[in-house]
Design a protein. Structure first.
Length: 317
């Protein structure tokens, strides 16, 4: 009889890795499945780089879901320090311990100084949590948007990713019994140092081509009509082919737009409704102003001219 608490087995081939992703609704190409398979089998962190909204973070969520592992997420930001990322001491509880000891007449300061730095007073943050053993197996440790953190914190991660250990002066070195599954993402707002990249397997997550994006939208937004789905994907692909937008829409925005228009009972791209909902697809006012109006209608007309069989004209109201 199998142990329900036993950790799920890692995929043993590229095909199984691809099936694992597909089974969770993540449409991946073989290149991504290959590097993910190697990362899992070799026990090396996977460094995913690419534009925002292309599905980097989702890979960690899918792994956690399909492998039955805990997901521990460290969201990086400017000024991130050890207290927020690794650990800090519970100072209020330590003060209470000191006052209780003093009230009880305990004057052994050496013993007291040791007791207030026991594990029970340690507040464990994501890095330390990721090194702890679990009945489910090593967790999936997502270090999200590392490029937003300072270089000093990036340098600290070298010890974590090299030896999977953290040194706490009052307690000593804490080392993982088994390395966590580490996924690192970056939107490339700055370059990450080579010393950290060398510890990882690397993959650039690009915008999907039209065929794969169409499959993604059909998988994630099954309620959208085939015509609407095809026109949305074609519209977004045309926008990405142009270079005058401040921020090109990612797959996440494509899905949001398809969901929004489907909720509004649209069966195809209507210029007026598309204009009214551009804020779902584009996140900067300058980009919205560039696309709205005649340019938006021109793109829709081009889509229908290029594929008249699939992109049907709007019904008369």
């Amino acid at each position: 009889m199998s142990d329900p608490h036993a950790p799920a087995a890692l995929p043993s081939s590229i095909e199984q890795t691809l099936q694992l992703l597909t089974g969770a609704g993540y449409v991946a190409d073989r290149a991504l499945a290959t590097v993910l398979h190697l990362s899992l089998r070799m026990g090396r962190p996977l460094f995913l780089e690419g534009e925002a909204g292309v599905g980097k973070t989702e890979i960690a969520k899918v792994l956690s879901q399909t492998l039955g592992r805990d997901l521990i997420r460290l969201q990086c930001y400017e000024g991130l320090d050890l207290a927020a990322a690794v650990y800090e001491w519970n100072y209020p509880a330590q003060m209470v311990e000191i006052r209780v000891s003093e009230a009880a007449g305990d004057t052994d300061h050496t013993s007291l100084s040791k007791s207030i730095f026991e594990d029970r007073f340690l507040i464990k943050r994501p890095v330390l949590q990721a090194l702890e053993p679990s009945l489910k197996g090593p967790p999936v440790f997502l270090i999200d948007e590392l490029d937003r953190a300072d270089e000093a914190f990036e340098a600290f991660l070298l010890e974590v990713l090299s030896e999977y250990q953290v040194t706490i002066p009052e307690l000593g070195t804490i080392k993982a019994e088994e390395p966590p599954i580490v996924i690192i993402t970056t939107n490339r707002t700055r370059e990450i140092h080579d010393a950290l990249k060398r510890r990882c397997l690397y993959h650039w997550v690009d915008y999907p081509n039209a065929e794969r994006e169409l499959e993604i939208v059909r998988t994630k937004v099954p309620g959208a009509s085939d015509v609407l789905t095809g026109e949305i994907v074609a519209f977004v692909q045309k926008l990405r082919a142009e270079d005058d937008l401040f921020k090109q829409p990612g797959v996440a925005e494509t899905l949001d737009w398809a969901t929004a228009l489907s909720e509004l009972n649209e069966i195809a791209l209507d210029p007026d409704m598309a204009t009214d909902t551009l804020g779902v697809l584009l996140k900067y006012q300058d980009d919205i102003e560039r696309v709205r109006g005649s340019r938006l209608k021109q793109i829709i007309d081009e889509i229908r001219k290029e594929d008249p069989n699939k992109a049907q004209p709007m019904p008369m109201v």
